[in-house]
Ligand binder design. Sequence first.
Ligand SMILES: *[C@@H]1O[C@H](CO)[C@@H](O)[C@H](O)[C@H]1NC(C)=O
Ligand SMILES: *[C@@H]1O[C@H](CO)[C@@H](O)[C@H](O)[C@H]1NC(C)=O
Ligand SMILES: *[C@@H]1O[C@H](CO)[C@@H](O)[C@H](O)[C@H]1NC(C)=O
Length: 427
Amino acid sequence: MSFCVFIPATFLRVPLTSILTIFGILFTTLIFPPLSLITPSGPHPVGVVDTFIPLPSSASYSNQSHVNVRVLYPTTSDATSRFSPPPYLMGPEICDKFMEFGAPPFLKKFGFLLNYWLLVKPYIYEGAPLASLPSQLPVVVHSHGLGGTASLYSAQGTDLASNGYVVLLVEHSDGSAPLTTNESGEIIHHYKEIYDLRDDPERGVQWDTPDYVRGRREQLLIRVEEVVATSEWVKSAFTFTSKAPLPTPLLPLRGKLDISNGVHLVGHSFGGATVLSAGGRHGSGLFRSVVAHDPAVDWMTDDTRYNLLKSTKYEGTGGYEGGKEKAKGSESKGLESLPLSMIYCSDWVKINFGHSSVTIPGVNNGSMGLPGKSEASYVEKSRHFEFSDNCLIVPNWLGKALTFTDGEPERVAREIAGRTLAFLDKN
Ligand SMILES: *[C@@H]1O[C@H](CO)[C@@H](O)[C@H](O)[C@H]1NC(C)=O
Ligand SMILES: *[C@@H]1O[C@H](CO)[C@@H](O)[C@H](O)[C@H]1NC(C)=O
Ligand SMILES: *[C@@H]1O[C@H](CO)[C@@H](O)[C@H](O)[C@H]1NC(C)=O
């Protein structure tokens, strides 16, 4: 009988994981320079509260009772000395999952190399009090991309909050995050089975087959439901007379939100498709404007994709369920009522991803989004992951080697934040 039989498996696993964590942090801080997010551009320090918002019983695609949301808001100037930033990520497991999701095959098992991400200090202060501001605060609901989490959009979210916005970063439960937890504390894993649909042996490559794209469109329905529920919750729970339970630091926001015209939506990639679809289905009233960063337009719902792209021959991979006539019949016109901003990276423009060769001229000539109030552009020398924190927290040499960045992630992050803020301020 071997000695190991007497040692419970969990006992073995815990010290090994923590040794690897410590080793990972030491190793990577030795070879990588210290990493930080961009300093927020606005005058206010930023407070943060994580919470779960109840989903209405009408939510039919999600299996969850709540949606996981990180709330960023302007706080008082002394908060930086009285409160601390939360950990950037919830623990080493998520580093493993990020690595599994994003790294080249030979690195997938080396999640501990990302453990230094646990040391990244976001410019946010946990539980800090609301700043006392003379005016009402506009609200942004943000949807992350495939393989992202709420934390991974700290730079963009914090920049908006430092300029006086209340930003709700939704962490989706559709399996698009590398890992998230639900309200009962259970882990929701990344939906890996979908990648089996992506293999197309006939073409001998990994490619977006119609079945794969349909799988993403099904996930998108859950995402839209979560974005809509979050926005509706904001509109009802923060009225002056509402009795809905709120996390303590958010209580003073009651009656202080500028929501009579709705909330702004911002989303990246899969999140861009999510906010365009939510905007298309609900339009003005619930929503006030839509900002889509590198939107994965192919993954939008049929009705909103048809509406957005109807001036073109493009139907999306696999076309419309039930054909073009059906999509035409169910066309949702909400986007025509909303100021729309699309911001692409130059890399996606070069390869016409997100159908940018059609959407950029379409938005700018008034045929997509609210005419006269909509705009589309791209950021010079930029790449897809630069809309998230990814390239700010990966050493530049590595980001360049992996072609995640062209080498100026701070310039690109500031450019994206600046354009997004300027558009929201106008609307
Ligand atoms: C929701 O639950 C159903 C039934 O258990 C399951 O088939 C489906 O995969 C679940 N969806 C998600 C997104 O977890
Ligand atoms: C999450 O929480 C609910 C309770 O609302 C539970 O029924 C569900 O199965 C949980 N777990 C996952 C992985 O979705
Ligand atoms: C506007 O752009 C769309 C999409 O690129 C194009 O199909 C359409 O012809 C343009 N309309 C005008 C009036 O230029």
